[in-house]
Ligand binder design. Structure first.
Ligand code: GLP
Length: 243
């Protein structure tokens, strides 16, 4: 397989292209199932999609969304939960229906059951049409952290020190960063019909280089994307600086 790699001049241009790709997916198929990501990287893409929605250029009324992951232990309205992130940065501004929004419940009483239910909810809608991904500086996707073995399906995962440290910038202190999360597994992600991986900035350049290297390793979970037949890697110049 050949990965499609697109390099835009900066973060805004990269985000605009990503938003246009999402919009064209929804235009072609109004009842699309979107896989969505959090983190700093997709924020401007969400802003641009909101702008397009406000100009009546996209309609989310039949779209279903599935988020990659959620921290364990944070309430939905905790400002660092991915629930809060999604509603605050995107869903509250568009016409997606609440019943069509799917985010793993990080406060479930029975995590195993929650993970199984989450997989089931994706299967029920015949899978994800377009999956948006960011990438951790250590090469993680969702919260599939570098390891000797990776999860196939949605499971509870332990975050690495590197990720806890990287994500502590969003929290008041590093002690407040949850140590566990629920994350889609590698097969959950790879089963999507199309994938767009977004990366911006110099601190992602090495992970991107390893992601497109031609070798696959569970130590760089994103490198498994090289097995996907329909993947676009959308970068700004800094993230592309080592390829
Ligand atoms: C987080 C998320 C990922 C995200 C990544 C990068 O931990 N679980 O889905 O892609 O880290 O985040 P950022 O875009 O803020 O660099």
């Amino acid at each position: 397989y050949k990965m499609r790699i697109i390099v835009e001049k900066d973060y805004q241009a990269m985000s605009k292209k990503a938003a246009l790709m999402v919009a064209s997916q929804i235009t072609l198929r109004p009842n699309s199932n979107l896989g969505l990501a959090t983190g700093g990287t997709p924020l401007a893409m969400y802003d641009k999609l909101i702008e397009m929605y406000k100009k009546d250029e996209i309609d989310f009324s039949e779209v279903q969304s599935f988020n990659l992951d959620e921290y364990c232990g944070l309430k939905d309205d905790h400002p660092n939960s991915y629930h809060y992130y999604m509603y605050n940065n995107f869903f509250n501004e568009i016409n997606i229906k609440k019943e069509n929004v799917h985010i793993p419940n990080g406060r479930a009483e029975d995590f195993e059951q929650e993970c199984r239910n989450y997989e089931r909810s994706i299967k029920k809608v015949r899978g994800i049409d377009l999956q948006i991904l960011g990438i951790g500086s250590n090469g993680h996707i969702g919260f599939n952290e570098p390891a000797e073995s990776l999860n196939v399906a949605t499971e509870v995962v332990n975050l690495t020190d590197e990720t806890i440290e990287a994500n502590s910038r969003y929290f008041d202190s590093i002690d407040e960063v949850p140590k566990k999360a629920i994350s889609m597994g590698m097969a959950t992600i790879l089963k999507a019909d199309r994938i767009i991986l977004l990366a911006s900035g110099e601190n992602k350049a090495e992970a991107i280089q390893k992601t497109v290297s031609g070798k696959i390793s569970t130590e760089i979970p994103a490198s498994l994307l090289q097995t996907h037949p329909e993947i676009t890697i959308l970068l700004d110049q800094e993230a592309a600086s080592l390829i």
